[in-house]
Design a protein around this ligand. Structure first.
Ligand code: TMP
Ligand code: MG
Length: 210
């Protein structure tokens, strides 16, 4: 039996990192994140370095170029994800292709264009969207210096996530109210995953293939 592939999505400051580590320990899962392999973590790739430099505003890139780098950063992790799941280990992943679409659509790129590079990645068994109003997110410790951390950008990102939700097959996208206490949110996330059916096949379906 392969492991479960669970993704956690949401705006900046929705509490994703906290909930990903809580959920990963509850499920004895491997925790991963995107963007990954960036210089602020232990391992780096050339793509991770370019993304990091863009996010901390040390470099400028065309909107489409950075979009493709975020996608390439997921593709370079694909084999590792598949191998881990096939070995029977669960994965809890902080952001995935949905963030890729939401943030680039928020900048004005078209939905279909944004979706295309991620078609065929391993499809998560479920994506938990930690839902928080933009106002509340901005009150949580305020935004830092990173690109995208502004109320106007986050409002557009939230709208784009709403569009993605409409596009998702039944049961693949579950909204959890992230305004509750850390323990309450953690319990809800865990119950979402516990209520999932066991994976019906050993291999993962391709994302956005329908
Ligand atoms: P982080 O705060 O979760 O480390 O993510 C860094 C920023 O990158 C965050 O503002 C969301 C953005 N992002 C994209 O624009 N596209 C993507 O594909 C991903 C994974 C993140
Ligand atoms: Mg962030």
């Amino acid at each position: 039996m392969r492991g479960l592939f669970v993704v956690v999505e949401g705006l900046d400051r929705a509490g994703k990192s906290t909930q990903v580590s809580r959920l990963a320990s509850a499920l004895d899962a491997k925790a991963i994140k995107f963007p990954g392999n960036i210089p602020r973590e232990d391992r780096t790739t050339a793509i991770g370095k370019m993304i990091d430099s863009y996010l901390v505003q040390q470099s400028e890139l065309d909107d489409r170029a950075i979009h493709l780098l975020f996608s390439a950063n997921r593709w370079e992790a694909r084999q590792g994800i598949v191998t881990c799941l096939e070995s029977g280990k669960n994965i809890v992943c902080d952001r995935y292709a949905f963030s890729g679409i939401a943030y680039s659509c928020a900048k004005g790129l078209s939905y279909q264009w944004c979706k295309a590079p991620d078609v065929g990645l391993p499809e998560p068994d479920v994506t938990i969207f930690l839902d928080l109003s933009v106002e509340e997110a901005s009150r949580r410790g305020g935004y830092g210096e990173e690109r995208y951390e502004s109320v106007s950008m986050q409002s557009k990102v939230r709208e784009a996530f709403a569009q993605i939700r409409k596009d998702m097959p039944q049961g693949k996208w579950v909204v959890v109210d992230a305004g509750k206490s850390v323990d309450e949110v953690a319990a809800e996330c865990e119950s979402v995953v516990r209520s999932l059916a066991k994976p019906s096949s050993a291999s993962l379906a391709p994302l956005f293939a329908q």
